[in-house]
Design a protein around this ligand. Structure first.
Ligand SMILES: *Cc1c(COP(=O)(O)O)cnc(C)c1O
Length: 375
C-alpha cells in the first residue's frame, strides 16, 4: 500500500530534541524557536517571523492585528481550508467568496474588484498547492481601495512569485507546519510580518497580551498586561523538530520537485486536467493533483487506485456550500468554476519518502484506468 501522506522526518530531529530536554528549556521562545525565526527571516528575506502553534493561529493573529470588527468584510476563495475563513469569522467578520481560476485553483484576480464594498477590509489570497496567486494585480487592487493583504501561504513554504517568497508579499503572511505540509512539527505555523508597524503588537498578541518579549530582551524591567492577546507560541520541542527539517529544506524540496516532474511527464497526454504553473511562479511541489472528467469518474478512479494499493484523496468542499458558510459568508457573483472544478480534483501521494519508482507505479495504474484495462 502506498499511503497518501507520510510526514517528513529527518535524523537531526533526535539530536535537537535531546538538547531541548537536557537544557530543561522546553517552553516557548527558547534557542530553537529563535533559530527557526532567524532561518526563516534569512532564507525568505523577511524582517520579522514569529512561530505559532498553527497556521490557523497565525491567521487568527492576523485578524486581531488588523482590528477586524463585527460586519467587516474579508475577501477570499471558497475553495480553501476552513481556517482561512474561521480566523476572521471569530472577530465577527462576514466572508465574501470570490470564484477561482480553473488553471491554478487560486482566487480569480479579475473577479476581486466586483466583490469590494465600503465594508471590505482585507483580501486573503490562498496560494493553492504552493503555486502563487497573481499578486501584482491583487496588490494593485488592495492599494487602490486601501485594503490589507494577508497571504494564506500555508502550502507555500519555499515557493516564490517573481523571485519573492510566498508569505512575504502582502502586509502579513502565514505558513503551516502541520504534518500534511512539506515541513512539519506535527502542529505548528508562522506569521510573517512584512509591515513593521505590526511588529510590537504581534509579539504582545502572541504572548497573552503582555509585553513579556520586551521584558526578555531587557527593554522593560517587568512585564504587564498591555493589550488583548492569547497564547500562540509553540513549545521548544516543536521548534527543535522544525529546525532540523528546515535545515534540510533544499534537499527535501529538490526531491519533491523530481517526484512532481515525474508525475507530470508520465501523465501528460491523458484525457485529464494537469496542474498549471504560471510564468514567474516557482513552486515547492506541495501537491500533485489531476482533474477527472467529472465527480463520477473521480469516484471510480479513487476506488480503482485503492483496490490497487494506492491511497488518493480529494479535498475542499467549497466553504460557501457548507453549513457554517451559509451563516457567515456570501458568494460574490456566480460560482462558475469553484464547485465544478473542485469536484474533479484528485490528489496523488507526494512526500519525501516516496520514490520515483512509486510514482511510476501510480502513473502506470492511472494510464491503465484510462485505457479501460484492469490489470
Ligand atoms: C493546512 C492549511 C491551513 C491550516 O494549517 P494548520 O497549521 O493546520 O492550522 C490553512 N490554510 C490552508 C490553505 C491550508 O492548506
Amino acid at each position: 500500500m502506498i499511503p497518501f501522506n507520510i510526514p517528513l522526518h529527518v535524523e537531526k530531529e533526535f539530536t535537537y530534541l535531546q538538547q531541548v530536554i537536557r537544557n530543561k528549556k522546553v517552553s516557548g521562545d527558547g534557542e530553537f524557536t529563535k533559530r527557526c525565526h532567524r532561518w526563516l527571516e534569512t532564507k525568505f528575506h523577511v524582517k520579522k517571523v514569529l512561530l505559532t502553534t498553527s497556521c490557523t493561529h497565525a491567521l487568527e493573529m492576523a485578524a486581531i492585528l488588523l482590528n477586524i470588527q463585527e460586519d467587516d468584510e474579508v475577501i477570499m476563495p471558497s475553495y480553501t481550508f476552513v481556517s482561512t475563513a474561521n480566523a476572521f469569522v471569530l472577530r465577527g467578520a462576514k466572508i465574501v467568496f470570490v470564484d477561482i481560476r480553473p488553471d491554478t485553483m487560486n482566487i480569480d484576480e479579475n473577479k476581486i474588484e466586483a466583490a469590494i464594498t465600503e465594508r471590505t477590509k482585507v483580501i486573503v489570497p490562498v496560494h493553492y498547492a504552493g503555486v502563487a496567486c497573481e499578486m501584482d494585480t491583487i496588490l494593485e487592487i488592495a492599494e487602490r481601495y486601501k485594503l490589507y493583504v494577508v497571504e494564506d501561504a500555508a502550502q507555500g513554504v519555499m515557493s516564490t512569485y517573481k523571485g519573492k517568497a510566498l508569505g512575504t508579499i502582502g502586509h502579513l503572511g502565514t505558513y503551516s507546519f502541520h504534518e500534511t505540509k512539506n515541513y512539519s512539527c506535527g502542529e505548528g505555523g508562522a506569521i510573517l510580518i512584512n509591515d513593521s508597524r505590526f511588529n510590537e503588537r504581534a509579539e504582545i498578541i502572541r504572548e497573552k497580551g503582555t509585553d513579556r518579549s520586551k521584558f526578555f530582551r531587557g527593554e522593560v524591567d517587568k512585564y504587564t498586561w498591555v493589550n488583548v492577546g492569547s497564547s500562540y507560541l509553540p513549545s521548544e520541542l516543536n521548534s527543535a523538530v522544525l529546525l532540523a527539517q528546515l535545515e534540510q529544506a533544499n534537499e527535501v524540496n529538490a526531491h519533491r520537485n523530481r517526484l512532481w516532474g515525474k508525475y507530470y511527464e508520465l501523465l501528460v497526454g491523458l484525457k485529464i486536467g494537469l496542474p498549471h504553473i504560471p510564468n514567474g511562479c516557482v513552486h515547492n511541489s506541495h501537491m500533485f493533483y489531476i482533474k477527472t472528467a467529472d465527480i463520477d469518474e473521480r469516484t471510480r478512479l479513487i476506488d480503482y487506485l485503492r483496490r490497487h494499493g494506492i491511497h488518493s484523496v480529494f479535498h475542499y468542499s467549497p466553504l460557501h456550500s457548507s453549513e457554517a458558510g451559509k451563516t457567515y459568508s456570501r458568494f460574490s457573483g456566480i460560482d462558475e468554476i469553484t464547485t465544478k472544478e473542485s469536484e474533479r480534483l484528485v490528489r496523488l501521494p507526494l512526500y519525501y519518502s516516496l520514490s520515483i519508482h512509486d510514482v511510476e507505479r501510480i502513473c502506470k495504474l492511472i494510464r491503465c484506468f484510462y485505457k479501460g484495462e484492469t490489470t
